[in-house]
Ligand binder design. Sequence first.
Ligand code: HEM
Length: 553
Amino acid sequence: MSELKTTELPLSSAERKPGDPGALGEFLGNLLGFPRIFRNSVVRHGAPTSDRAKSESVMSNFFLHVLAVRIHTHSLKLTTTLGLGIVTLALFVLLTFTGILLMVYYKPSVDQAYDSMKDIMFVVPTGRFIRNIHRWSAHAMVACVILHMARVFYTASYKKPREFNWILGMILFVLTLALSFTGYLLPWDQLAFWAITIGANIAQSPREITDALGITQFFDPGEMQKELLLGAHYVGQEALTRFYVLHVMVLPLLATIVIAVHMWRLRKDGGLARPSSADETTEGESTSTLERSRGFNLIPPMGMNPLLREKSREDRDKAPLKTWGLMAVVKGKTPAVDKELTNTVPAYPHALYAIAALTMLTTAVMLLLGYLFDAPLKEMANPAVPENPAKAPWYFLGLQEMVGYSAFMGGVGIPSLVILGLALIPYLDREREDSGVWFSGTSGRRVALVSFLYGLAVTVGILVFTVRYGWLREWYPAIPQLVITAINPGTVIVLAFAVWSILTVVYTRSTRMGAIALFTCFLISFAILTYFATVHRGPNWDFYWLPSQWPTH
Ligand code: HEM
């Protein structure tokens, strides 16, 4: 039980009666009862057998308190979230844990970093295993964060009141990429060195514009960006120090804070987005929109509810202890006094078990991957021997494919446009359809399917065309770079998708459908470009059907 029983309260010395065993007896009693007393000092509630005790378990536990006391059954269905947010969170925790272990042996200096990686792999007990888990979890986190974003998008869960949580998600998306990218340099091998060199050259890409305008000697934002990133003109000790500090301290700290706010907003926004049908009671009646969007705010505190006051103690024990603000009742159109908490279950144990199961599954998969596959470690970084092809990490390969035509557009222009476009989605699509429904229904499913085929055709078409016929530079060698900056495969793809999305809005008269069209086109295009650059690009960025056909050197 939550309160300490009066018999458990210690007596003051003045309260002891003659004949009491005295302080020594009490001391012995305390010693024998230590396990029970200690448990009660930590866990301040009894076994969670009633709804009330389950509520208390959640409310009085620092970690569980992140959950609402009761959770909607719709949120617990695997099809609602596919578990992707929790898996991403579990990966972040796993990365933090394995990262701290790696820090014990890693030395962030250009002379020692590579050797310390070798030590971790070949000398430190379980070092290779820990490094493998860290590396595969990092890749998995990037993939899961993208899939989680897609799930939130396709279920329209970014709509009011969750717009800001979508923005927080966007920040987490960028932080995840930054975490992965900064970690890439740390092994200080050829792979790391040349991947980051490409990244730094992309940072320098505004030069493409300033060079064309002939103003680089007065205004050189490209060089400023590169130096900010590397701390020098080249990838060296300054860069390694910066990347290390960002990777082990600044970015994880920022990510932890933003994840905490992301989770807090989940609760404040009324739990996960759900369709109105999910709130239907057995009699088929549905709770109001306001009640849905605010969670369970419309249930007045127990003491204020005359009907509940009359209920038996047993009934009251079944009720959750949490009280709900009266404010929403005042604001709402239909006071929902004495309504049951429709279709909800106590978060403890239901949500807790689901989260624990997903976390264990994620950890098990990563342990298995770490056991079966070694993370790559090439030769030590050598600035004199360029890797050919030097490829960026997989999630940037789609952009690298575009960078070949215009470093500015591929590396800065298009990604900035995509990030900005994604961030604005909740503010540009404000239609009041149901959140929490995949593709917003049948028409959305159809739009997604057709857009998938359209995005596929456009991207594959452009790739086949450029491999077969080349692009402007091959046809007109003297063409100014500014023209290619404006007209290149990347900008053509973006334009084709924008036109498609506008046509969808006009045809369906729905901004949500336009958003589905645009998002789907970009998602499939990203997947194809990533696959293409991974598998079909070889030395000198030439096309090969298979990596086994690369010339040996
Ligand atoms: C480190 C990265 C992230 C973590 C750890 C994380 C974690 C979570 C978790 C645990 C949930 C609960 C539902 C679920 O499991 O799916 C959630 C929901 C949500 N996330 Fe994320 N998230 C991350 C990134 C993102 C990104 C990139 C976006 C979008 C740009 C996003 C937007 C949202 C929104 C809007 C919700 C509420 C969804 C709903 O009500 O159904 N999150 N997130």
